[in-house]
Design a protein around this ligand. Structure first.
Ligand SMILES: O=C(O)CCC(=O)C(=O)O
Ligand SMILES: [Fe+2]
Length: 330
């Protein structure tokens, strides 16, 4: 992997955890999830892997062993049996101590997966991700220098997944606790298991994303998006788990994405007002081409929208990436 020497991860001394190769655990983890009857196994295995890395970071920072859910403990035991990176020994932290450290270090993480469900803890942590990111940071990059992008693999996968795409319509405007802005939309999503996961998490692809973003990114979601005649996606930001998104067309030329860089500094209240006053489609600051060359974008930070689609259906592939800890890169 290519490492940027001035990245915040060097300063924090967690580069080895961020970049440790945990791939040998993947197959046994997927098998364990299968045996437990868990669906969405690629996604779950990736989220567990990320929570385990967070466990290692917390253990190092606290000099102690955090409490953890049965799922994270099971992951840890598979990692141990595969001879992978492990936390140092130390006293055990209580559930409450762990929750406090987790919330301060990973305010947008999947605490329920990390710690298990608990009635003692507040159900939601009202931390607005978008508002916490510096507005002078870059927002989009072209993932251009890949050795090869074999689109035919994704196209074929989409051919089998897209006919069963589920319609996700939303009619309201609002802001979630993590700061996600939403507006009315009319879209269709198809899950992609194996193929798109392999595509978006190949070592070459991840190394290129790391180089561009300046911090390691972790794949947590992939899907195909289908827009038929009259479908649209009003101005929104992606959820805090989708800090970075990769978007690419798998059906040739598609209309561009509308982006709103000038609204990044706006409060969420203002943002939702602007969205409502413009029926979800304010005049964009920029229109960004979506092509077969993947676009990396800070999706949870940069408001964006797709105007009402006209004509033959189009298909895009999208992949969501989270970061190791919650603090946005400058
Ligand atoms: O249609 C696009 O290009 C972007 C899709 C998108 O923003 C999303 O799925 O959150
Ligand atoms: Fe989006």
């Amino acid at each position: 992997m290519v490492l940027s020497s001035d990245s915040q991860f060097d300063a924090r001394g967690v580069r080895d955890i961020a970049t440790a190769d945990l791939s040998p655990a993947r197959r046994p983890v997927i098998e364990a999830l299968e045996a437990a009857g868990v669906g969405n196994r690629q996604r779950m295995a990736s989220e567990l892997e990320l929570e385990y890395r967070r466990y290692l970071v917390m253990a190092r920072r606290a000099g102690a062993r955090p409490a953890a859910s049965a799922a994270v403990r099971a992951y840890a035991s598979i990692a141990r049996s595969q001879g992978l990176i492990e936390p140092d020994d130390g006293p055990e932290m209580t559930h409450a101590e762990t929750a406090e450290l987790y919330d301060s270090m990973v305010p947008y993480g999947n605490r329920e997966l990390f710690l298990g469900q608990s009635e003692e803890l507040p159900a939601v942590r009202a931390v607005n991700y978008r508002e916490s990111v510096a507005t002078d940071s870059p927002t989009t990059w072209r993932v251009g220098s890949l050795p090869t992008v074999d689109l035919s693999v994704l196209r074929e996968d989409a051919n089998s997944a897209c006919p069963t795409a589920r319609r996700v319509d939303n009619e309201s405007f609002g802001v979630d606790v993590d700061g996600r802005l939403y507006s009315p939309s009319r879209t269709r999503f198809a899950d992609s298991e194996e193929t798109a996961w392999q595509f978006f998490s190949s070592p070459d692809f991840l190394a290129e994303l790391f180089r561009l973003a300046g911090e390691p990114l972790f794949l947590v979601r992939t899907s195909y998006l289908v827009y038929e005649d009259e479908d649209f996606l009003g101005m929104h930001t992606d959820g805090a788990q989708c800090k970075y998104v990769v978007l690419m067309s798998i059906s040739g030329e598609v209309p561009p994405l509308n982006t709103y860089a000038s609204l990044r500094g706006a409060s969420s209240e203002t943002l939702v007002e602007v969205a409502m006053a413009n029926s979800g489609f304010p005049e964009p600051d920029e229109t960004v081409p979506i092509t077969s060359e993947p676009l990396l974008m800070r999706g949870a930070h940069l408001p964006h929208a797709r105007a009402t689609h006209r004509g033959r259906p189009i298909r895009l592939a999208s992949a969501c990436f989270d970061t190791l800890t919650g603090t946005p890169a400058g």
